[in-house]
Structure formats: structure tokens, C-alpha cells
Design a binder for this molecule. Structure first.
Ligand SMILES: [Zn+2]
Length: 257
């Protein structure tokens, strides 16, 4: 278990036994941001260190910005669960997880305090100095587990973080009520194209040509992260244009048209 912090931003060590080794020699290329969904920092740390709970994370960030490290960055924390991104399904082996103390959607879904956001920003920047994590690899738990998770959710300020140099983000196309809309149950080439583009970006989505429940969860996760003005699981023109802009803004992207 951890006996020395990886970062000098860490205020306290609180080792969790819920760890193992990163598999297949994998190294962190993703940074997964969560909320704890529990009422207090003390309770969150208790759960994340409880062997019966079988969950953990590398860092916890308190509402006041205090940073607690629970798992060494070299170890595999049990934070992502059944998850997918860019073809990888062992997200725990390729990521570092940060739990943000927050009561969650089911308990009022308050704003994230500025002191906490500043600490999250500083921690992400610090982690990125030690690992080859691209901006587009800084993700929400809901991005990698859209059918199960909604954290940290649409109030988490990805725009502000990106302006501070953390994460891949582009200003979303304004929400309008014109243009084609794809909703649960719709089928056809437009749905297939949407699924392929979401998969191109990294989402774990199959190109079935049907906007089934799994696809609607992915659309909702996309909206929470990249188009939070409307989170409704309906793929509209604003979503489609925002995704195209995101893909075009990826480093190394070449416009072939
Ligand atoms: Zn989570």
C-alpha cells in the first residue's frame, strides 16, 4: 500500500487496500473524474478504504480543496468498474482516478465549490507531468460507463477546466430547435453515422443503426460533458456539430475535405 505521496499537492495519505497491479504492463493514459455521491468527505474515504466495498481511487478532493491520496499512481485502483474507451475495456489499468467529494444528483446536485475546482485543476496538471495523458484522455466516469454512471455530471465545469489547460473541449454549438433529431427507437443511416462518430471519438458504442437504450445513454453522457445546456438523450444538430468540432480539434487531425 502507498507510503509516500506521488504529488506534493497531497495533504494527507489514507491508504486503500482495494488495489492490484496494472495488467499487461499498461500505463495511465486516461484520467477519470468522478464525484463520490456521498454526503461527507469522511464517509467517502471510509468507503474507498473498506475492503468489503471493493472500490478505491488514487485521489480524493475535498470541498475545501484538500487532496487526499489513497492509491499510488503506479497501482491499479478500482474506480472505473465495467467501462470502455477507445477500444479498451480495462479502464482501471490505463487510468488514474480522482474522486471529487460531492453528494451527487440524488442529493440536490449542488455546484462544485471554486476551491475544489482549483484543486482538481492543479492535481490534473500535476498528474500530467508524470504520465502521457493527452487532453482528450481526461474524461468523466459517465464517458466510460454511460449506462451506469452520471458523474461528475452536467454541472461540472469542463469549460473552465479546459480554459485552464485541462481536458479537450470546444465551445458547443448553441442548442436550437431546428434540424434533424434522433431519439430513442429511431433507426437508419443517420443513427449509424452518429454511432460511428461517437465511437471515433472514443465512446464505447456499437454501430447498430438503431438508437437503442445503450446508445441513448452514450448520447446523454456526451451531452453532460460537451453540450450541458440540454441533457435529454436526443441527438440534435447542436450535438452533431459539437462532436464534429471536437474531432476536428484533436491533435493530429487532418482535414481531408
Ligand atoms: Zn464514478
Amino acid at each position: 500500500m502507498i507510503d509516500e505521496p506521488d504529488s506534493n499537492l497531497v495533504a494527507t495519505l489514507h491508504p486503500s487496500p482495494n488495489i492490484d497491479e496494472r495488467r499487461r504492463g499498461l500505463v495511465p493514459v486516461l484520467l477519470i473524474l468522478h464525484y463520490t455521491g456521498l454526503p461527507t468527505l469522511e464517509r467517502s474515504i471510509e468507503v474507498l478504504a473498506d475492503p468489503r466495498c471493493k472500490v478505491s481511487c488514487h485521489y480524493v478532493v475535498g470541498e475545501d480543496g484538500r487532496i487526499i491520496q489513497m492509491v499510488a499512481e503506479a497501482a491499479r485502483a478500482w474506480q472505473a468498474g465495467v467501462s470502455h474507451w477507445a477500444g479498451e475495456s480495462d479502464i482501471n489499468s490505463v487510468s488514474i482516478g480522482i474522486e471529487i467529494q460531492h453528494p451527487g444528483h440524488s442529493d440536490g446536485y449542488p455546484d462544485f465549490p471554486p476551491a475544489q475546482m482549483i484543486a482538481v485543476r492543479d492535481l490534473c496538471l500535476d498528474i500530467a507531468t508524470r504520465h502521457p495523458i493527452p487532453q482528450a484522455g481526461i474524461l468523466a466516469h459517465s464517458d466510460v460507463a454511460p449506462a451506469r454512471k452520471m458523474d461528475p455530471g452536467e454541472k461540472f465545469d469542463w469549460r473552465w477546466l479546459a480554459a485552464a489547460g485541462v481536458g479537450h473541449w470546444v465551445p458547443p454549438e448553441l442548442v436550437g430547435d431546428t434540424g434533424p433529431r434522433l431519439a430513442l427507437g429511431d433507426r437508419g443511416e443517420a443513427v449509424d453515422a452518429m454511432q460511428r462518430r461517437l465511437a471515433d471519438y472514443g465512446y464505447g458504442i456499437a454501430a447498430t443503426g438503431e438508437l437503442d437504450a445503450a446508445s441513448a445513454f452514450v448520447v446523454t453522457a456526451f451531452q453532460r460533458h460537451f453540450r450541458p445546456a440540454r441533457v435529454d438523450g436526443v441527438w440534435d444538430r447542436s450535438c452533431a456539430r459539437t462532436l464534429e468540432r471536437l474531432i476536428a480539434a484533436l491533435p493530429g487531425h487532418r482535414n481531408v475535405a
